[in-house]
Design a protein around this ligand. Structure first.
Ligand code: NAP
Length: 549
């Protein structure tokens, strides 16, 4: 736990007030005790007082968002494109202080945060261009035929329409890219859905600073102020603010990135409403890696080094961290494990994101270490290499066999932090069996060479049922934002395996298909007008076309 509160100002303190940003206004009416962010590298609380949102503020932000939803629907898509570009510019305009603030609250390094900010602004710009291009609405038109026998054919037109206000819960480990102005916010605004962000208690300042940037962009473009709100949440009001938001009748969908427990609690709450709403929860993932016999023999050293780097990347606090490594029993197996273990033993303690993330990691290591037949091969399972009060940990590698893995459910679950379990399999048959045992994951990797092709194909067929992305001869970390990316997967990686949280298709989560039958042209959205004034690609009587009808 934090040992003391810093009395002096902290990096980036000038960007924040401690108050929520509701309908583009900074409002200090708060409820419950103030809370603070913690500097994980020192274990000290940062000086800024944050005021948790009151019930009245929560309800007000929802009503504002509902009004803004109707305003957004009246505007041309280009307004949303302009807004997304403006938000990206305003975030960049926050400059170095934003990165210093994020670093002070999360312990993440400057270079990592710089890359994350670029990823955030690139994502905003990509959604702006998607909206401008317009084809994402998947418009289709089936023209009517009044002369058809025996019954006339109606005129039917279909496209994706926005659901309404979206509540966004970001995760601790991506304070920019999966938080206030991250992928969920960008895709929801692009779809035409106002956004209310439930601030993450571990990086309240970063969240608020980005919220000011978004509010400024909205004000400058004279859009409805309810298009975006940000609510501080933390301290005594933990959970309650998120719960009240999810239950508000104005809220029509939820985006969640975080733990399995948190995601499922939110999904169950949303399902308990008299009008259940969709929750898109990106949760925990073990991201299994399969190193096949030839690849181990030919490139074992190189693969070991790449896996070590992948496991310790951002102190292992990546949703795509390789938590399970399946290898065949061979001459090279033990030296492969020793290489990763030796690199981990050399590692200095690394800061974790928060006391909660760290205590969860320590608990999970205790559970894994407690399994008979699981041996520690490198690093410190106590994670107790505590420097002063810093929230640090050490990377850890365990070794076990498939016989043990098969029956021990705790080994199948995410261990969020720099830890991996190497599971030694007797032969190719056991490697394939291992693939059938893993939980739903965001990604699975196969290292294969030469004669491994047949086994690789067999494992790929099994993984297609269990992961959202299969990587060949690469580590699972690093997620390229583009149309072909799938950042999703079967439960518990997500609760909606048919969706992705990264790439342009992420926008479809905030929409539903709407059909208009025999609607007068004046009643149709512009995308479905005969003249096709937006020049979007449409399926007209079964043929793709950008031409007017
Ligand atoms: P977390 O503890 O679940 O928190 C995420 C957000 O949900 C926070 O705002 C939290 O606020 C809220 N929350 C949690 N439980 C809640 C409940 N019962 N009711 C209402 N609100 C609740 O997760 P985290 O520690 O921030 O993030 C780490 C986890 O995220 C890891 O497990 C990691 O694998 C996962 N992750 C997944 C992806 C992905 O794409 N699949 C990406 C990044 C991270 P309060 O604390 O105020 O309740």
């Amino acid at each position: 736990m934090p040992s003391s509160t810093e009395t002096s100002n902290h990096p980036g303190a000038e960007l924040v007030t401690g108050a929520s940003v509701i309908g583009c206004k900074t409002i200090t009416d708060a409820q419950g005790r103030v809370f603070h962010a913690t500097d994980p590298t020192r274990g000290t609380e940062l000086a800024t007082d944050y005021f948790p949102a009151s019930d009245a503020q929560i309800d007000h932000s929802c009503v504002q968002a509902w009004e803004a939803f109707h305003d957004l629907q009246q505007r041309p898509p280009d307004d949303r494109a302009q807004l997304l570009h403006a938000i990206a510019s305003e975030i960049i305009g926050l400059g170095e202080p934003l990165l210093h603030l994020a670093s002070a609250e999360t312990g993440l390094g400057h270079m990592r945060l710089l890359a994350e900010r670029d990823r955030t602004t690139t994502t905003l710009a990509a959604f702006a261009e998607l909206v401008r291009e317009g084809g994402w609405v998947n418009a289709s038109i089936d023209l009517g035929d009044s002369k058809r026998k025996p019954v006339p054919k109606p005129d039917l037109r279909r496209m994706l329409r926005p659901l309404g206000p979206v509540v966004v819960f970001g995760a601790a480990n991506f304070p920019l890219a999966y938080s206030t102005g991250g992928g969920d916010t960008a895709s929801a605004l692009a779809a035409g859905c106002p956004v209310i962000v439930k601030g993450h208690p571990a990086h309240p300042g970063t969240g608020e600073a980005v919220a000011h940037a978004i509010a400024k962009a909205i004000k400058n473009l004279r859009m409805h102020p309810g298009t975006f709100s940000f609510l501080h949440a933390g301290g005594q009001r933990v959970n309650t603010i998120g719960e009240r938001l999810v239950l508000n009748p104005c809220v029509r969908a939820v985006g969640f990135t975080g733990s399995i427990n948190g995601g499922m609690a939110i999904a169950e709450l949303a399902a308990s409403r008299t009008d259940p709403i969709p929750v898109f929860a990106e949760m925990g993932s073990t991201n299994p890696v399969f190193v096949l016999p030839k690849a181990l023999a030919q490139q074992g050293k190189n693969i070991a080094e790449r896996l070590y780097t992948s496991v310790v990347n951002s102190t292992g606090q990546m949703c795509t961290c390789p938590g399970l490594i399946f290898v065949p029993r061979a001459d090279e197996t033990e030296s492969f494990i020793r290489l990763i273990a030796a690199r981990m033993d050399e590692n200095d303690p690394m800061p974790m994101l928060s006391a909660g993330v760290r205590s969860n990691f320590v608990r999970r290591l205790r559970e894994v270490s407690g399994v008979k037949g699981v041996d520690l091969r490198g690093g410190s399972p106590q994670s107790g290499v505590i420097r002063g009060d810093a929230l640090t940990c050490s990377p850890v590698i365990y070794r076990t066999t498939l016989e043990i893995f098969r029956d021990q459910q705790t080994l199948h679950e995410e261990c969020f932090g720099p830890a991996t379990i190497v599971v030694v399999c007797e032969d190719g048959k056991q490697l394939a069996e291992a693939a059938t045992l893993i939980q739903g994951s965001l990604v699975g990797s196969i290292f294969a060479a030469g004669h491994d092709a047949g086994l690789a194909r067999q494992i790929q067929t099994i993984l297609e049922q269990r992961v959202g992305r299969i990587v060949y001869n690469g580590v699972p970390t690093s997620v390229e934002p583009c149309a072909s990316m799938v950042h999703g997967g079967p439960f518990p990686a997500t609760n909606q395996p048919h969706s992705t949280a990264v790439g342009p298709y992420a926008i479809e989560r905030w929409c539903r298909p709407m059909c208009y039958q025999n609607a007068p042209e004046a009643m149709l959205p512009t995308e479905l007008h005969d003249a096709n004034p937006l020049r979007i690609r449409r399926l007209v009587d079964g043929v793709w076309s950008v031409a007017p009808i």
